[in-house]
Ligand binder design. Structure first.
Ligand SMILES: NC(=O)c1ccc[n+]([C@@H]2O[C@H](COP(=O)([O-])OP(=O)(O)OC[C@H]3O[C@@H](n4cnc5c(N)ncnc54)[C@H](OP(=O)(O)O)[C@@H]3O)[C@@H](O)[C@H]2O)c1
Length: 334
């Protein structure tokens, strides 16, 4: 392997779900990847996948709510692989609950993992990237970074916070004329294990409100965001609809979600006895990237494809318009 070309990537939330799919995507490039999460079963399985794909892996089990541990992981990554090129903040934890049924310790824990976890990762990455004036950071967000929904107030608050955080640090980097880039990827519902291990105060199993996308669609967008200089990447028509819907009809959406959003996020099936959630501790075992919705999940997003190729589509459109204009002009002037 040519180490001069193999990028050094850090992925938080690398053991499962979207983060696991991101690890697989970068492993295809032969990257050297530091894998951060808590569960050793998922981390070791991810490391095997990286090595099988031709990359290199460094397993760093830690809790992203612990800023000192995240900083130590950045240190360990650079000691092992050299300078970090790309840092991707994926790790999150949520609670499905009416606000008044939640205890405040759990509320703070969601914020510590889902918001402060991204702040800790970004701090560790920027401290190293800014003096070198190069590097890319991806904040993984959600349509819910713009539009709150019932039963997920702690999560929605944390994702809104990440979105405001990005505006601030991006403006600071621009002020300093830095070449370090920070992008945010707003995902739609994704078919991951989260729906089977999020803490919940509800009797029924959690489910995405509309058919989710496969984690590979999310991973493709995150890989793209890490390599391009867009401020924001929105994935999937439902995410676009929620973000623009909130911009133009926020109050009407409150009423709509008040009427539909509680039931649409719950399955018919009851939660089984022995259910284990991952809010404070990882759930043992290797859970991979996919959740239980393979039968209905969407493997492609035409909206994301068009957004990804918008430059080429714009050029093709301009060419077509120019050719059409020339033909019309030629006919008229004959
Ligand atoms: N799935 C969706 O519908 C959806 C929609 C929009 C946005 N997103 C975003 O996509 C990202 C990934 O979501 P997902 O659905 O893939 O979640 P997931 O299936 O629940 O996976 C969460 C990942 O984060 C890790 N993690 C959880 N708590 C941690 C902690 N305290 N410290 C370190 N690692 C921790 C988990 O590993 P361990 O348990 O081993 O630590 C796991 O690797 C999140 O940022 C989420 O907001 C997801």
């Amino acid at each position: 392997m040519n180490h001069k070309k193999a990028l050094v990537i850090v992925v938080t939330g690398a053991s499962a779900g979207v983060g696991r799919a991101v690890v697989r995507r970068f492993a295809r490039d032969g990257a050297r990847i530091a894998l951060i999460a808590r569960g050793m079963d998922g981390l070791e399985a991810a490391a095997r996948e990286v090595e099988q794909a031709g990359g290199e892996a460094l397993v760093l089990p830690l809790d992203v709510a612990d800023a000192a541990a995240v900083e130590a992981a950045a240190e360990a990554t650079e000691a092992h692989f050299g300078p970090i090129d790309i840092w991707i903040n994926v790790a999150f934890a949520g609670v499905m609950s009416q606000f008044l049924d939640m205890n405040l310790d759990d509320y703070r824990r969601v914020t510590d993992v889902t918001y402060h976890g991204q702040v800790h990762g970004t701090m560790a990455a920027l401290k190293r990237m800014v003096p070198r004036d190069r590097g890319s950071i991806v904040l993984v967000g959600s349509a819910l970074a713009y539009r709150g929904i019932p039963l997920q107030s702690a999560y929605c608050g944390a994702k809104h916070a990440v979105q405001g955080f990005q505006d601030s640090i991006r403006a600071e980097l621009l002020h300093a004329k830095s070449h370090v880039h920070v992008s945010m990827v707003q995902l739609p519902g994704v078919n991951t294990p989260q729906f089977d291990w999020m803490r919940t105060t509800l009797p029924k199993k959690a489910r995405p409100a509309s058919p989710p996308y496969q984690p590979e669609v999310a991973a493709d967008a995150i890989h793209f965001a890490a390599h391009h200089r867009r401020k924001q990447v929105i994935v999937g028509f439902p995410a676009l609809e929620a973000i623009w819907g909130d911009r133009f009809a926020s109050s009407a959406l409150d009423h709509y979600l008040g009427a539909t959003g509680v039931d649409s996020q719950q399955d018919k099936e009851l939660i089984e006895p022995g259910y284990r959630d991952n809010l404070y501790e990882p759930v043992p075992g290797d859970h991979g990237a996919h959740g239980r919705f393979d039968a209905i999940a969407r493997a492609r997003s035409p909206q994301w494809w068009m957004s990804k190729h918008r430059m080429a589509l714009g050029t093709a459109g301009a060419l077509l318009a120019a050719v059409g204009g020339a033909l019309l002009f030629g006919r008229k002037s004959r």
